[in-house]
Design a protein around this ligand. Structure first.
Ligand code: ME8
Length: 639
């Protein structure tokens, strides 16, 4: 029976177009999955989308779509992009699918029944204008907001919590006993020292938005982000359903690998194994957390426009150059940088000069000297032969070790060492000199045969990485299918070969200046589109829903001198709103005023009293004045 291999990417947020950062993870998994397939494993590759949460709800509203319409559109775009990158996934899970939600509900209820999830109170300091929660230690002097300097309010909100603390010791022991559980080593060390500082229980539900999986036993709560998202790795295998054969086969099979970026290391190295321990599911996976692709001037980010998208690069240069760049330029345990100069240099030097040229030269010589045909020599004629043949088998060994560790960048380095050695072999044996001498035909044949054998090995090792050009290599050399397999990685398998008589360069050399400029333009369009930091786009402003509301009643806050608690009719309902205006208005003065209310502010308790919105007011050092309208009616929109 074949050994099984199950590999997963993170499920991506539908927060915008995916860029080369997300593409890197997906291409890396695709490459490793193809490699395992080449090795004869029974493989399964999962990717997908993480489609719940308040942000999705808000963006969909802005676009005038329902949340499900919005995520359907993004899922379609994402699948198209993976098609462009020739990603061969087996399953695409979406957290809005029934098969997934059923598992999340089940997992949550089980953890609740067992007491691993409990209902508690989330406590934090809330800055209303910033819509952010802070712990006491994050606050500035006088309990003010560290971002805007304004006063914060102590807020308590009901929330479910996952008992992380209970599993702290077990998790540390597990990591110690499974030294390869988290790689690279440096990430493992980060995780261990984080756990050793002590784990706080994790808030796993929200009551302030709707777009998510409702808690079955208490539907006022929506399961919050991570329990929902992490469960995808098993819900996609049918865990807990009437047909869990994929779960039995792959999760409990030979190898399971989660590949993630370093940004979500903790969730996968701490929360997920703890969830599995609590559910009594084996922690069968290994975790590889890679670094980030950066821009020359910092982090790649959709919101600042410093971002590179894969499609225009593929359209202009083809798929393999992008796959090559992505896989090569991100080191195993560090970050990588995308620059137009490096991208073009990799195409010109590595792909066109070193690799493409080797293939092209070899075929041209076989055509010129032997009418397209070479055969297996009976013996070796040069000392250089042994060096080349030894390096081929050494390369296969190193490549295997590196690919098994998911160190694809190093595996590429191994292949290029062989490519350079093979180029050097041509310089050493000088076929053009032997060609002048009719008595040296056998020697000349042996040189060209050795070049073809080396290239065949290179093609097989490259096939999970450069998917189109490795095929072109096999086509141009006319390598039969049975000599393109992992098992055929043995020197001398070719007996006779007739190469194409019409070779075409697989990577034409590019004009450095023109192409660098072309890519720079792609990037600077993004920068120009970008507003300066302190400006917001209309789409940001439109997120705030403002309406006219009439104050029906106003009372002092029971626990805070500067706060008033008002009942305000906003047309859709009567809301209770707490505001810090008691030093400037009496309760009687406020009644009957038509004011402007922020309608879609998250409800929050301010000093123990629930507030469902905010009244707009202007202020200077002396005064606070609420904004009033006269002609407009209750419920009218303000924009
Ligand atoms: O975090 N360089 O989704 P997400 C390299 N939904 N990789 C990058 C990158 C960069 N500059 N930027 C992003 C989420 N990535 C959650 C995951 S999983 C149960 C839930 C990659 O859309 C990297 O793999 O923010 C990172 O972990 C992932 O995209 C984050 O994707």
């Amino acid at each position: 029976m074949k050994k099984t291999f199950y590999i997963t990417t993170p499920i991506y947020y539908p927060s915008g177009k995916l860029h080369i950062g997300n593409s890197y993870t997906t291409v890396l998994c695709d490459t490793v999955n193809r490699y395992k397939g080449l090795r004869g494993y029974d493989t399964r590759y999962l990717t997908g989308m993480d489609e719940h949460g308040q942000k999705v709800e808000t963006v969909a509203n802005e676009l005038g779509k329902t949340p499900i319409e919005h995520v359907n559109d993004i899922a379609d775009d994402t699948k198209n992009m993976w098609k462009t990158l020739d990603i061969k996934y087996d399953d695409f899970i979406r957290t809005t699918e029934k098969r997934h939600k059923t598992v999340v509900k089940k997992v949550f209820e089980q953890l609740l029944e067992q007491g691993d999830i409990y209902l508690g109170e989330y406590e934090g300091y809330y800055c209303m204008p910033c819509e952010s929660f802070f712990t006491e230690t994050q606050l500035e002097e006088g309990n003010t907001c560290p971002d805007c300097g304004r006063e914060t309010q102590l807020v308590k909100e009901e929330s479910y919590f996952l008992k992380l603390s209970k599993y702290e010791d077990r998790l540390l022991k597990f990591i110690e006993e499974n030294p390869e559980f988290i790689t690279p080593e440096k990430r493992k060390n980060e995780v261990v020292s984080f756990i050793k500082q002590g784990l706080f229980d994790l808030s796993v539900s929200r009551t302030s938005f709707d777009w998510g999986v409702k808690v079955v036993s208490n539907p006022a709560h929506v399961v919050y982000v991570w329990i929902d998202a992490l469960s995808n790795y098993i819900s996609a295998l049918g865990y807990g359903s009437s047909d869990d054969s994929l779960f039995e086969k792959y999760w409990k099979g030979n190898e399971v690998v989660h590949v993630v970026g370093k940004d979500i290391l903790r969730f996968h190295a701490i929360y997920w194994p703890i969830m599995l321990m609590a559910l009594d599911i084996p922690i069968s996976f290994k975790l590889y957390a890679h670094g980030w692709y950066m821009m020359k001037d910092g982090k790649m980010s959709k919101s600042t426009g410093k971002v590179v998208y894969p499609e225009p690069l593929i359209e202009k240069y083809g798929l393999d150059p992008l796959r090559y760049f992505l896989l090569k330029e991100l080191p195993y345990s560090g970050d990588g940088v995308f620059t137009p100069e490096d991208f073009i240099a990799r195409i010109n030097f590595d792909l066109a000069n070193d690799f493409g040229n080797l293939l092209n030269r070899t075929i041209n010589m076989i055509n010129k000297y032997f009418d397209s045909k070479v055969y297996r020599p009976k013996k070796s004629y040069f000392d250089f032969d042994k060096q080349l043949i030894d390096l081929v088998s050494e390369t296969v060994e190193n490549y295997t070790t590196d690919m098994d560790k998911l160190n694809v960048s190093k595996a590429i380095h191994d292949i290029w060492t062989l490519i350079s050695r093979t180029n050097k072999y041509i310089d050493e044996t000088k076929p053009w000199v032997l060609a002048k001498d009719d008595l040296s035909k056998k020697e000349l044949n042996s040189i060209l045969y050795n070049l073809v054998e080396s290239l065949r090995h290179i093609g097989i090792l490259l096939s999970p990485i450069l998917i189109n050009s490795s095929k072109q290599l096999f086509d141009q050399l006319n390598i039969p299918l049975d000599l393109q397999t992992w098992d055929s990685l043995k020197w001398g398998e070719i007996v006779n070969i007739e190469v194409t008589d019409k070779p075409a360069p697989i990577f034409p050399r590019l004009d450095k200046k023109v192409e660098e400029e072309y890519i720079q333009n792609l990037l600077s369009i993004k920068e120009e589109e970008q507003a300066p930091e302190n400006l917001i786009g209309i789409e940001d402003f439109l997120k705030v829903e403002l309406v006219v509301g009439e104050i029906l009643e106003s009372n002092p806050h029971p626990d805070a001198d500067n706060l008033l608690v008002s009942l305000i009719n906003t047309g859709d309902k009567v809301r209770q709103i707490v505001s810090g205006i008691s030093k400037h208005y009496t309760t009687e003065e406020l009644v009957g005023k038509k004011v402007i209310v922020v309608k879609n502010l998250k409800p929050a308790k301010l000093r123990g009293v629930m507030s469902e919105g905010m009244i707009l007011a202007g202020k200077n050092k002396k005064n606070i004045e609420v904004l009033e309208v006269t002609k407009l009616k209750v419920g009218d929109k303000v924009s």
